[in-house]
Design a protein around this ligand. Sequence first.
Ligand SMILES: NC(=O)c1ccc[n+]([C@@H]2O[C@H](COP(=O)([O-])OP(=O)(O)OC[C@H]3O[C@@H](n4cnc5c(N)ncnc54)[C@H](OP(=O)(O)O)[C@@H]3O)[C@@H](O)[C@H]2O)c1
Length: 241
Amino acid sequence: MKYLNVFVSGGSKGIGKNCVLKFLQNGHKVYFTSRNKIDKNNYLKKDFRKYEKNLIPIQFDSLKFNNYKILLKKIKKLDCLVNNVGDAVKRSSFEKSNLELWKKSFDINFFTAYCATKTFLQLLKKSKKGSIVNISSISSSFGGFPDSLHYGIAKSCMDKLTQSLGKELGKYNITVNSVLPSVIMTDFQKRHSSKQRVRNVLNSTPLGRLGEVEDVSDMVFWLATKNTYISGSNIEIAGGR
Ligand SMILES: NC(=O)c1ccc[n+]([C@@H]2O[C@H](COP(=O)([O-])OP(=O)(O)OC[C@H]3O[C@@H](n4cnc5c(N)ncnc54)[C@H](OP(=O)(O)O)[C@@H]3O)[C@@H](O)[C@H]2O)c1
């Protein structure tokens, strides 16, 4: 089995961290970014300390679009890029929102993925079997919730980029896919959703439960390690919603 070099943007917690751990525990080498300096001993629970040598945290702000070249000083080989950084920024109707909010949303949800993909493309080409997995959102599939269109639409652009890049990069044997989670109880939801809102999502989920971080990381892992034929796809992880 070939061990992969993996990069996850925004891996300090939530979905990104669970992706980091999933790759680590299967023997892969994982680079991840977060804005704060990460202490590996605090980051890894006891059972995971044995994987420490394969973990490379990088303190890096994904919004500093002129700094991405720095990452290439630390990362010389890459097989899988997971564009995970993203945020709803704040809830607002279209009517009350302004250009600044829309720009912030596109910066964190779209241009971070654009910049990381541009930065790492040459390394992924050299991999001979590269993969890009974009962490989108179920809100992309229906144009966004009325109080966060700026988020759903930025994620829709990410999904369109996924489709287009799937076509362009196939000749290098690079697969490009998006995963679209529904509500998963990370800090993201604590910042942006009331308990009632989360209950409403639960009640409208045919499979009768909210998503777990593992539902996402299992799919990301499969796309990076097993998938050889699915590309340009937007895969919903939403319990049938
Ligand atoms: N949770 C959900 O229900 C849900 C549903 C659909 C889609 N998603 C998507 O899933 C992805 C992950 O969400 P999550 O729920 O895990 O969010 P989260 O709990 O807020 O975690 C976000 C991660 O991104 C990092 N981050 C944020 N801004 C950054 C920046 N400028 N530079 C570098 N790192 C940054 C954070 O690290 P630091 O704060 O340490 O920098 C953290 O590790 C996002 O793209 C989100 O849109 C989430």
